[in-house]
Design a binder for this molecule. Structure first.
Ligand code: NAG
Ligand code: NAG
Ligand code: NAG
Ligand code: NAG
Ligand code: ZN
Length: 445
């Protein structure tokens, strides 16, 4: 039960005790419409492997209507909708547009490991909102919309088009989302100069900005060989051939680990190779036959390749000659390989020669913050934009929350969310006001 306080008394209390220190209390956070909208979005279970995109699209379309933004839905793959909201720019010239991108899906949860149900968006006394997607990346999408709401209320309008894009399936490599979109005429028609996308949580006044990422090579190696009795030695069994591959891969992996542990390289500068599955044997209802040497073996690896000149060709050669050589009856293919046709891994220029970097830096400087570019270890939809020749910068304007992306008890603080909205507002304002002619992304290769 709550006591109704006299308004002026409340005002006095606020003035005397809470000046600056608690301009917003937990109750205000509970009533704050931006926080309410954020929590509503968090409650929509767009969780892999069966995200409820229909419900998300319905909610977001309603938001667009409130904001007076026309919408379009693209469905390159059935049940995988892409929602586009557009704020038309005032310029008569054909200025390139700004895309504010966020993915709607979130990763799976192990519900019993959570303090609160992951799709309830429970908020505690300190304003911590527990929900899957509260960091990755529903918070970012909601900050875009709140920024637009603030700018519209101010009567501000952009000179170039600002698009807010809501995409499916980023968490499953984006194949049916951005993977289809970036080479489409619909994307080309947006004539984008810059895509803003998700970044890292920052711990202080320095925002980590992802201006590139490692290429993702999902490598499958297969070997065949003579089959035979488990009791005898013979040469060139499939397993023997695979053991040689594993030894070679492990030696390479150790060399990369050593570079990081010696401090010679940063984690984002080395190739990552991790074994993700090993498959072989003759299955029986109880397990495997124990006296047959199998004729086929297969192994899967998650390989991440930094955008360093010459590294791609070097690795390709090594795979063909040492990890899966024909001479050992081995073959390989990539389930996914994220790079351009020519093997380039484009990055976006992260210095003031790129006006989008300069504007981003200027916007956050109003909040006494700076930027630090970083090649992301993981993959995001930004790579598709870069492959399409467009600048992409990944920034999540959130500070001071523990980094819990893809972890149990993912959480966002309501106050930090409100602060983040203000920062995003300045970014959108500067991007939307910029009338210069920008460059596109540049590849280091
Ligand atoms: C900010 O945090 C990062 C870690 O993300 C750290 O490397 C950096 O030194 C910190 N900067 C300051 C000014 O504390
Ligand atoms: C490759 O396969 C052929 C045909 O099964 C076999 O004769 C040969 O010994 C195998 N070589 C190796 C290195 O496994
Ligand atoms: C600005 O940031 C620096 C470094 O984080 C900090 O030392 C300083 O106190 C901040 N100034 C203001 C006015 O917030
Ligand atoms: C956001 O900006 C507005 C307008 O400047 C200000 O009144 C408000 O206190 C800011 N919110 C936060 C959480 O910093
Ligand atoms: Zn994400």
């Amino acid at each position: 039960m709550k006591l109704r306080r006299d308004a002026s008394f409340g005002f006095l209390l606020l003035l005397c005790f809470c000046w600056e220190v608690c301009a917003i209390g937990p109750e205000d956070l509970e009533r704050n419409p931006a926080v309410q909208r954020f929590r509503t979005y968090l409650r929509i279970p767009t969780v892999q492997p069966e995200p409820d995109y229909a419900q998300a699209i319905e909610y977001l379309t309603g938001q667009a209507k409130e904001l007076g933004l026309p919408t379009k839905i693209f469905e390159f793959v059935p049940k995988k909708p892409i929602l586009l909201m557009t704020w038309k720019g005032s310029s008569k010239e054909k200025l390139q547009s700004v895309i504010l991108n966020s993915h709607m899906d979130v990763v799976e949860v192990e519900e019993d490991k959570w303090k609160y149900p992951p799709f309830e968006a429970h908020m505690d006394e300190e304003g911590n909102i527990y929900a899957r997607g509260s960091q990755d990346m529903k918070v970012v999408g909601m900050m875009y919309l709140e920024a637009i709401r603030i700018l519209k209320a101010e009567g501000w309008a952009p000179v170039r088009d600002i698009h807010v894009l809501w995409v499916p399936d980023e968490e499953v490599a984006g194949i049916d989302g951005w993977g289809k979109f970036y080479s489409s005429k619909e994307f080309e028609e947006l004539n984008a100069a810059i895509v803003l996308d998700e970044g890292h949580i920052s711990y202080n006044n320095t925002y980590i900005v992802n201006n590139g990422e490692k290429a993702m090579w999902w490598l499958v190696i297969q070997g065949t060989g003579e089959t035979g009795h488990g009791s005898i030695y013979f040469d060139n069994s499939a397993s023997e051939n695979m053991f040689k591959s594993l030894a070679s891969i492990n030696a390479f992996r150790d060399s990369q680990v050593a570079l990081v542990s010696s401090g010679e390289r940063l984690p984002e500068e080395v190739v990552v190779v991790n074994s993700v599955y090993l498959k072989s044997g003759s299955p029986t209802p109880e397990g495997y036959t124990m006296n047959i040497q199998p004729s086929v073996v297969e192994a899967g690896f998650d390989v991440r390749v930094p955008p360093v000149e010459g590294l791609g060709p070097f690795l390709t050669k090594r795979i063909a000659e040492e990890w899966a050589p024909k001479s050992r009856n081995m073959t390989f293919y990539f389930k996914v390989k994220t790079e351009t046709q020519t093997g380039e891994i484009p990055i976006t220029t992260a210095d003031d020669t790129n006006p989008w970097w300069y504007l981003l830096r200027t916007a956050v400087s109003k909040f006494n913050a700076t930027l630090s570019p970083q090649i992301a270890n993981g993959a995001s939809d930004s790579r598709y934009a870069r492959m399409g020749g467009v600048n992409a910068l990944g920034i999540t304007t959130i500070q001071n929350v523990p980094f819990l992306i893809h972890s149990h008890n993912e959480v966002m603080n309501g106050y930090e969310f409100l602060k983040g909205i203000n920062v995003t507002t300045e970014i959108v304002r500067l991007y939307g006001s910029f009338s210069g002619s920008p460059q596109t992304s540049r590849s280091v290769l």
